[in-house]
Design a protein around this ligand. Structure first.
Ligand code: SF4
Ligand code: SF4
Length: 144
């Protein structure tokens, strides 16, 4: 018997009927889901980003301004710091324009938190369930 090739054809409603669908990545990855959870947690538990209350949460410890590298999927916090951090005061010397001076400097948001870029005692994450900060090692960027 002659086999007929199956063709894509229009369905009766006029929509194009695709006989074989590829499985599309319609579900979110674990990281995307975690970011959504973090964002929801932030909306409930933290003041609006950029507000005075938000800014006041920062203790100025300067720990988040350390150099960081990825080791596999884990962020590693090094013992050296961004060149704009005043090591005497732990304050950023270009705070108002920090994002234009330092391309690697980022606003704290769900993505940064999901990466684990903040130390675990940072007030922005200290109460976030399951939060894990970076692996801290006593080596500078030069020694790494
Ligand atoms: S780690 Fe947290 S508290 Fe310390 S400087 Fe960074 S944002 Fe502020
Ligand atoms: S530019 Fe960003 S990372 Fe560098 S010291 Fe300032 S706040 Fe910290």
């Amino acid at each position: 018997m002659k086999r007929r090739k199956k063709k894509n054809r229009k369905s009766s409603s006029g929509n194009f009927h695709v006989s074989s669908l590829y499985s599309l990545p319609l579900h979110k990855t674990d990281r995307e889901l975690r970011k959504i959870q973090i964002k929801e947690w932030m909306d409930v538990n933290l003041p609006p980003v950029g507000s005075k209350e938000w800014e006041d949460l920062c203790t100025g410890c300067g720990k988040c301004c350390c150099d960081k590298v990825w080791r596999g999927k884990k962020l590693v916090a090094l013992a050296s710091f961004c060149k704009f951090l005043d090591l005497e005061t732990n304050r950023c010397s270009v705070y108002k324009n920090r994002f234009s001076y330092e391309p690697l400097c980022s606003q704290i948001d769900a993505e940064i938190i999901e990466m684990g870029a903040l130390p675990e005692d940072c007030p922005y994450v200290v109460d976030l369930p399951g939060y894990k900060g970076p692996l801290v090692i006593e080596r500078t960027m030069q020694e790494f």
